[in-house]
Design a protein around this ligand. Structure first.
Ligand code: AHR
Length: 347
């Protein structure tokens, strides 16, 4: 955005904020969003009434800070943002932080300093540590939209968060594990955790623990494998070396679960039969593993968030007040349905 465009934009923002403040009914209640990659609605380009010319997708420049490229879920998330930007005519400045928090922070500051950038979109590697840069963004008049990962920061420092209810995903995984272990004398479950400090890892672990007591599950081991298949295999090997008295694996994503499958096979155990396996994400790889009989159940986490995120970004630029969280609607998939469902999977 040029300086004159910024001034016009700022005036529009002030006017639209005043109008929104007069007419808004609050907007603090999260509304559920469709899990599929629905096209942004026409309402996005007709967002808030404003005396000045409204910003459209074609005027919009967004700086997107991605975590990295750690697996199938992330690849689908990145593709969603790149493809949708092209379709809508948005100028996307994409930054891959290679799973380093310091890279995310410096990219954030670069986007604050970049006059062209209207909105900074962040997929935060870790939940904590954002207050300072968010304040800098607010001081510079930059709008921030969170995608995928929630953060621990005051809500007035970002426009909205669009992403999954990770705690609910963890609860669902525990409920499904209870079903799989019904009748089992021991219910020892090991947990493969995502990157430490990420909201996805924290909340999935929390949700699982909330529900596991309902059927007497014990988490005997829990360790990070950083969302990665190779690390998942190594960590699972170490778990098995310590004790083979394991009835279930809760892998916080598909890749780590696929790594655990390999470790179990090499240890002479039959995955999904001798040891029940639940993963999160629902990538094609997990469906193929369910069809092969290696994974029991998969909890969905929807990565196709770009249409909703861009729509929210545009609304925010045009002065609309947004709900602070728009959770995605997500399902659970079972081994018995995997073959019929796989053709419909897009990631
Ligand atoms: O935040 C979503 C998580 O991040 C996915 O479950 C995991 O695969 C990804 O890397």
């Amino acid at each position: 955005m040029t300086r004159s465009k910024s001034i016009v934009g700022a005036l529009a923002l002030i006017m639209a904020s005043l109008l929104a403040a007069c007419s808004s009914s609050g907007g603090a209640t999260p509304s559920a969003a469709a899990p599929s990659e629905a096209a942004p609605t026409a309402a996005a380009s007709e967002a808030a009434p404003s005396a000045a010319a409204e910003t459209t997708y074609a005027d919009l420049t967004v700086g997107f800070i991605q975590t990295g490229s750690e697996g199938g879920w992330r690849a689908a998330n990145t593709a969603s943002f790149k493809d949708t930007a092209t379709q809508l005519g948005i100028n996307l400045k994409f930054y891959d932080a290679q799973n380093k928090l310091e890279n995310q922070l410096s990219a954030f500051r670069n986007f604050i300093a970049d006059d062209e950038v209207d909105v900074i979109i962040l997929a935060a590697l870790e939940a904590a540590g954002w207050d300072q840069v968010l304040q800098e963004a607010a001081d510079a008049g930059k709008i921030v939209v969170l995608e995928d990962r929630r953060i621990d920061a005051p809500e007035d420092l970002y426009a909205t968060y669009i992403g999954s209810d990770f705690t609910e995903e963890g609860r669902k995984a525990a409920v499904e594990m209870c079903t799989l272990l019904d009748g089992s004398a021991s219910k020892n479950v090991v947990e493969l955790v995502g990157n430490v400090g990420s909201s996805a890892a924290i909340d999935r672990g929390k949700g699982f623990r909330e529900k596991m007591g309902d059927c007497g599950i014990t988490i005997t081991k829990s360790q990070t494998a950083n969302w990665d298949a190779t690390e998942g295999k190594t960590v699972m090997q170490a778990f098995l070396q310590d004790s083979k008295d394991i009835q279930g694996v809760f892998a916080q994503n598909d890749e780590m679960g696929l790594g655990a499958v390999q470790a179990l096979k090499e240890a002479g155990l039959k995955p999904a039969t001798d040891v029940k396996i639940i993963t999160v994400d629902a990538t094609k790889g997990a469906f193929e593993a369910m069809i092969a009989g290696d994974i029991n159940t998969v909890v969905e986490c929807n990565p196709l968030l770009a249409p909703q995120v861009y729509e929210a970004a545009l609304k925010a630029v045009n002065g609309e007040t947004l709900p602070k969280w728009v959770p995605s609607l997500e399902s659970v998939f079972y081994q018995k349905d995997a073959e019929t469902t796989l053709p419909d999977r897009t990631y």
